[in-house]
Design a protein around this ligand. Structure first.
Ligand SMILES: Nc1ncnc2c1ncn2[C@@H]1O[C@H](COP(=O)(O)OP(=O)(O)OP(=O)(O)O)[C@@H](O)[C@H]1O
Length: 267
């Protein structure tokens, strides 16, 4: 059993991904698909007059500042547009996909960070009214129920706080939490790059293999949002997932290629 996360940035080939996924599902493989939604969230925000704002934490991680209005766009984009675009493609290929978000049935429970510390023009400051969170628990009973009934769960990166609030959570880390909770053999983080690049954006500088014990040494190569993927990989491996592959979601046969070792394999 393995967990796949496909990015929500521009350039990923959802048709090719679903071709490969539906074929493998038909062979009896059991998979959970998690997805992002950054591109659609940005588009909705721009169209509806509330453009996205990205902030950087003191430790250098970039994230979307999610005020209540942005959370609504994030829900529309991830829980709606992107989730259903994937479910529709999978259904059209004969695969019984079941779309849900981490909010539904408390699939993912998280802790809200209502106030976040950011660095702006070299100075630290606090931002309030944030609706992001970190995942603390996975409802494996619900997931196993779907898997045992032969559904392919397609999960949008929202979580439910203790108080029942919707939270924007990072898709890569959500996939890592799901892979860990399911004792998955592999976690595939597929996006619009071939894997972790030594000299981003030079695609010939792909790092093919990273031993788990050396992962920290490779963190400096990851810029911007790639850092979250490396962090997600680390969380999954520490929790017992055997290998994490950072692969290319633009190419055809992207899942099969990643499982065969194309991309950055961390184990
Ligand atoms: N060293 C690096 N190697 C590869 N990509 C890198 C590197 N450093 C930064 N990146 C960036 O990381 C991006 C992938 O992360 P990004 O969060 O944009 O993807 P995503 O998973 O599609 O997003 P989401 O799922 O949140 O919508 C690449 O498009 C690239 O711009």
């Amino acid at each position: 059993m393995y967990v796949i996360k496909v990015g929500g940035s521009a350039g990923n080939n959802y048709d090719a991904l679903c071709d490969d996924l539906a074929a493998r599902f038909a062979q009896g493989e059991r998979v959970v698909l998690v997805h992002g939604g950054s591109d659609e969230t940005n588009r909705l925000g721009e169209a509806l007059g509330h453009p996205p704002r990205f902030v950087t934490s003191p430790s250098g991680y970039t994230s979307r500042y999610t005020d209540r209005r942005t959370l609504e766009f994030f829900m529309m984009a991830t829980g709606g547009l992107v989730n259903k675009a994937l479910v529709e493609r999978l259904q059209a290929r004969g695969c019984n996909a079941f779309g849900l978000s981490g909010l539904d049935g408390r699939l993912l429970t998280g802790k809200r960070k209502a106030t976040i510390r950011i660095v702006e023009q070299g100075r630290q400051r606090m931002l309030r009214d944030d609706w992001t969170g970190t995942i603390e628990q996975v409802n494996t009973t619900l997931l196993r129920m779907l898997l045992e009934a032969n559904y392919l769960p397609v999960v949008a990166p929202l979580a439910c706080s203790e108080a029942g609030e919707a939270l924007n959570v990072d898709g890569d880390r959500a996939a890592a939490a799901l892979a860990a909770a399911l004792n998955a053999d592999a976690l595939l983080l597929l996006s619009n790059v071939p894997g972790l690049l030594r000299n981003f954006p030079d695609e010939t500088s792909l790092i093919s293999n990273i031993p788990q014990a050396e992962l920290e040494d490779y963190l400096p190569f990851a810029e911007g949002r790639m850092k979250k993927k490396v962090l997600g990989a680390q969380e999954a491996l520490i929790a017992g997932v055997k290998r994490v592959i950072l692969g290319d979601a633009r190419r055809s046969g992207c899942i099969s290629a990643a499982l065969a070792g194309a991309g950055t394999v961390i184990a």
